[in-house]
Design a protein around this ligand. Sequence first.
Ligand SMILES: Cc1cc2nc3c(=O)[nH]c(=O)nc-3n(C[C@H](O)[C@H](O)[C@H](O)COP(=O)(O)OP(=O)(O)OC[C@H]3O[C@@H](n4cnc5c(N)ncnc54)[C@H](O)[C@@H]3O)c2cc1C
Ligand SMILES: Cc1cc2nc3c(=O)[nH]c(=O)nc-3n(C[C@H](O)[C@H](O)[C@H](O)COP(=O)(O)O)c2cc1C
Length: 643
Amino acid sequence: MNNDLSHLFSPFKIRDLEIPNRCVMPPMGCHLENKDASVSDANIAYISRQASGGIGLVITEIAAVHETGAIGMGVYDDRFVPGLTRMARAIHDGGAKAALQLHHAGRETYPGLKKGYALGPSALPSLVYGMAPKEMSLDEIRMIVESFGKAAVRAVDAGFDAVEIHGAHGYLLTQFMSAISNQRKDGYGGDFKSRARFVFEVVQEVRKSVGKNFPVLLRISAEEYIRNGYTVEDVQTILPDLVQAGVDVFHASVGTHGSPGGVTSAPPEFEQGWNVWRAKKCKEVVDVPVIAVGRFNDPRVADKFIAQGDADMIAFGRQQLADPDFLNKAKAGQYDQIRNCIACNQGCIERLMYEPGSSVRCAINPETGQELLYPRTPAKTKKKVWVIGAGPAGLTAAQEAARLGHDVSLFEKEDTAGGQILYASKAPSKQIYGDWIRWQIKQVEQMGVTIQTSTTITPEKLENANVDAVILAAGGDKIIPTIPGLDESIVCTAWQILGETVKPEKNVLVVGGGLIGMETADFLIDKGSKVTLVEMLPKSPVPNYTSHGYMLHKRLKQAECRFRFNSRLDSVGKNAVTLLVDGKPETLTDIHQVVLAVGMKPRAELKEYLANKKIEHYVVGDAQTVRRIIEATDEGAKAAWSL
Ligand SMILES: Cc1cc2nc3c(=O)[nH]c(=O)nc-3n(C[C@H](O)[C@H](O)[C@H](O)COP(=O)(O)OP(=O)(O)OC[C@H]3O[C@@H](n4cnc5c(N)ncnc54)[C@H](O)[C@@H]3O)c2cc1C
Ligand SMILES: Cc1cc2nc3c(=O)[nH]c(=O)nc-3n(C[C@H](O)[C@H](O)[C@H](O)COP(=O)(O)O)c2cc1C
């Protein structure tokens, strides 16, 4: 790939504001704020880290302009100014310019609402939370418009260099723009332009409040990305007038939280820069700069879009969370050192949306969101540590323990490190998981830790090891049920299929509709098999509201994968199986392969030994309870931090 970064790293000006380069950290709510919505020490630690890795412009997370729309940090009162001043200073100290994102969540406020009701253009339920807001009166509309202006003044007072009005993703401004949420009969409803009136008023108010020269950005979802939603062509009709109203820069995002598949923070199925064409469409109708966003990992790819003139600046969201230093690494030509975001959404957007009370993390970077916990100096006492198992948990533990100065030995019973990720990365669109685990392996090796593969640790080996501590990251074992006929030659496991030690056959029955079963079905279909998937629950345990789950369900449905719910495998015969469907037997013939994917259980063998011997030890990841990558990496890191 062409390593030219000259376009991306060229300075940029918005009005009189000089930005060192074209790289933007887009707003990312992190829920690290204090309970009273003010800026916390954790916020400062997080934003300092994010601002110091080479990014040119940091746009903060949402800051609520009014209490009725608050779902995180606030800017709706003067009491927030001291904290926000610290935040702006922290961004400047990192070398970046700072913009505050001004926000009102409208009907999406319900989860954060302490009292009263949420406000919205019409009393139509949120696509995310299902609850309807109160239709805003004209007085309430005026009140919120004015609150954007007052909030912008507080941003100026706090020392921010710019403000960004949040007009995207299905929050209040988008709710007005969208015919799905705005069915008003007054001057704020009607055709697209009339529905956008509220946005115009907010922009005008902010411009009036901050004066002529202060940079004002407007973030919009350039397309609503939902059936009967507004289009990019609709948006083009209002952009020139929005420039007249006071917008200096458009930030062209896409979709709402109600859009299918979480496209706003798109999964790996979407390639880097997939959304740039919408930024380009915006540029066609206005002369002001446009920021493009969407799945950017690689600064070289971003540079290309700037060079082509498709966008003026590029926002890197989740990539910043995965590796806040990635731009400096790219500048130094150290591409192989960059920890690339895998777009899993597990620690970031989906954690915030679906795990109430949680704050931002990154599934593959345990520092993110935990900057105050993250140890930065070597451990006081150097320990001899054995890490057992080189999956995500063990690799993270080994890297962190070595970074903190311990003497680390890492053991893996298989001939290749990587654990379950070696299988997880085989499903369509998940090769990126394999790239990550190979990067992780290299990082461990760079720390001077030799991964001793093909080495199974047993109690006997531990007996003579003379270690100070053990991190047990041995993962889980597949469950093999006891069902008549499982010794038939047509039976194999998901791991044999994904590990490609058994060839897929034509008509395949996959037993188990969890993630492993569904991904194995996806893999088999990709290889040309016809798949029936048997699941004893009444519906799939893989939720389709997560971006990964949505894409997986969609692909299997399109490929006509046959789901049999409320069904369990009763017996296997020669090219036939018997199921119990709602308790009644049913025979399926012409089955060429039966693939077992009925779950995993933690590997327990060494736990008891370590406890009995009173050796300092930590059981992490799937070895503790079978879960996900984020728990494995987090527990692996924390074990190392505790040594
Ligand atoms: C097909 C598939 C798809 C998946 N998809 C996802 C996904 O999309 N998102 C997600 O979050 N999770 C996913 N998972 C689950 C995820 O891979 C696991 O939760 C994660 O790998 C757990 O990490 P771990 O390090 O705890 O265990 P493992 O990855 O299981 O690693 C444990 C390692 O320990 C080794 N070991 C065991 N005993 C010993 C011993 N005595 N001595 C030496 N070595 C030993 C094992 O060989 C193994 O390499 C998927 C799993 C599979 C199988
Ligand atoms: C954890 C998280 C929080 C987010 N919070 C906000 C937010 O506060 N305001 C906003 O406009 N967009 C928010 N977004 C969307 C991002 O700004 C960005 O548009 C999106 O993640 C796509 O960029 P990426 O593919 O580079 O991650 C958030 C995304 C994530 C992952």
